[in-house]
Design a protein around this ligand. Structure first.
Ligand SMILES: Cc1cc2nc3c(=O)[nH]c(=O)nc-3n(C[C@H](O)[C@H](O)[C@H](O)COP(=O)(O)OP(=O)(O)OC[C@H]3O[C@@H](n4cnc5c(N)ncnc54)[C@H](O)[C@@H]3O)c2cc1C
Length: 446
């Protein structure tokens, strides 16, 4: 099995996060980087690449632009190079299609020259002063690692024994033909993916179920909070603020700001609402549905035919039973270390709940060994809601490259926000520097 020469860094996984790293790294010609991707080609969540799926962020939040707007791997350069920029501007005023961003990613992956496809990493070990990264057909040697394998789909434990063609995570929705037309379908989950799947079931040719149960543990189907001040939380200053905060404050922020990232886009909600109205009152179909807020999938068992689901309600005794043929689990994504890290896991610093201890520069907080391990999209608990999002992927890659190289190649600080996040050492003119409390005359300390 071939062993590659020593790289300065091997980045594992080539989603938008590590592709951004690779794109920015083209500005560091001395850096020997290899990016290993298990898939044979650049894909972006293919199981959910629904025909009308839209990007939930501005296309300026591409691989490079927010830290290095002159880097040639920008979305704008993709549009100009392909000769489509003028038509794009006319046709994509509202939102950019996810398909188009996938095309952009594939274009960039080919150009950067450091991405190696078909390299599924099976294990990583430390040998003397370097890491050895083993794939099925070779071993890659690295001084440093950057982990960017994304977050695995979260499958509720009660559904795991039944996973297969009729019980599956939404992440795999389009990966196989699904039995939905004329069937009884349960969609569990109340986020954007659940809504996209429901919209597809209701509108795509040959997909309409006979019965749809849509159960969400949330109090309803809240929209994405895309308002201006909410978006200030998706800035470098907010990430720094979050990282400095104590654990209780962080937990409060994650809870309070959930719908700035995990809500459903309003356009999609309106489309689903309208379609249900049409099906109920305007079209002659036998379709029936139940949308259940505050109900989680508590139990799943086989029935003849299909499955029986117990959907626990918001109050004791409020559960509902659903007899279904197909179960779609839009139950989100987990934050857990990838299996290939098993040989290294004991030496990697983690919190009690298993999440990594990550420094402000996305390096794992460990002093063992000479090389470092940096993480992309594995630090929501310590760096905030923007971590799994595209908003700051270019900025985070720039922070990592600065840290890896030990010098400030990219500007990563000093970006203004409207919120004053603090305390970070700078006090805006509207505020007073904190001073120690002064004692009134005649007051004596005990
Ligand atoms: C359907 C969907 C749509 C989204 N849309 C948006 C959006 O519009 N805006 C936004 O801000 N965020 C969005 N997100 C959230 C987030 O931006 C994306 O999940 C983004 O893809 C995260 O990028 P990533 O590179 O960290 O992880 P991923 O995109 O998950 O990429 C990880 C890569 O690692 C590879 N990999 C995994 N294991 C191995 C291994 N052992 N060896 C080698 N390779 C491996 C995978 O094949 C994959 O290519 C969306 C998420 C989903 C699921």
């Amino acid at each position: 099995m071939p062993t590659h020469p020593l790289y300065d860094a091997v980045a594992i996984g080539c989603g938008p996060s590590n592709l951004s790293l690779a794109a920015l790294a083209t500005e560091l010609p001395g850096l020997r980087l290899a990016v290993l991707e298990q898939d044979p080609a650049m894909r972006w969540h293919p199981g959910l690449m629904l025909p009308d799926a839209r990007l939930q962020v501005s296309p300026w939040k591409d691989l490079v632009s927010l830290v290095s707007p002159t880097n040639p791997h920008s979305f704008l350069n993709f549009l100009v190079s392909g000769g489509r920029v003028h038509r794009f501007l006319v046709s994509s005023r509202e939102a950019v299609s996810r398909k188009e961003f996938e095309q952009y990613y594939a274009w960039a992956a080919e150009r950067v020259g450091t991405v190696h496809f078909g390299q599924a990493v099976r294990s990583v070990e430390r040998v003397a002063e370097e890491f050895r990264v083993h794939t099925d057909d070779s071993t890659w040697r690295a001084r440093n690692l950057v982990l960017g394998t994304g977050r695995p789909p979260r499958v509720p434990v009660q559904a795991r024994p039944f996973l297969g063609p009729d019980v599956f995570h939404a992440h795999d929705y389009l990966k196989a033909p699904r039995r939905t037309q004329g069937a009884r379908v349960l969609v569990a989950g109340g986020g954007q993916s659940a809504a996209e799947v429901v919209h597809h079931l209701l509108t795509a040719p040959g997909a309409l179920p006979a019965g749809l149960v849509w159960a969400t543990g949330r109090t309803g189907l809240p929209p994405l909070d895309d308002s201006p001040f909410s978006n200030d939380w998706y800035t470098p200053g907010a990430v720094r603020h979050f990282h400095r905060a104590g654990p209780k404050h962080r937990a409060r922020l994650l809870e309070a700001l959930t719908y700035t990232s995990d809500g459903i886009s309003e356009e999609l909600l309106a489309g689903i609402y309208r379609r249900l109205y049409e099906l109920d009152y305007l079209e002659d179909t036998a379709f029936h549905h139940a949308v259940l807020p505050g109900h989680r999938l508590d139990q799943l068992g086989r029935a003849a035919p299909g499955y029986e689901a117990v959907l626990g309600g918001p109050e004791p005794g409020g559960e509902r039973l659903a007899a279904v043929d197909t179960v779609i689990l839009a139950t989100g994504y987990a934050e857990e270390p990838p299996a290939f890290l098993a040989p290294l896991l004991d030496e990697l610093p983690r919190h009690d709940d298993g999440t990594f201890r990550v420094r402000a520069d996305f390096r794992l907080d460990t002093d063992t060994g000479p090389g470092g391990v940096w993480v992309q999209n594995a630090a929501r608990h310590s760096h905030g809601l923007a971590d799994p999002n595209l908003s700051l992927s270019a900025w985070r890659s720039a922070v990592i490259l600065n840290s890896l190289g030990g010098r400030e190649v990219f500007r990563t600080d000093g970006f203004d926000t409207t919120f004053t996040f603090g305390p970070d050492g700078s006090t805006p003119p509207a505020l007073r520097e904190p001073t120690p409390p002064t004692l009134a005359e005649g007051t004596f300390l005990p």
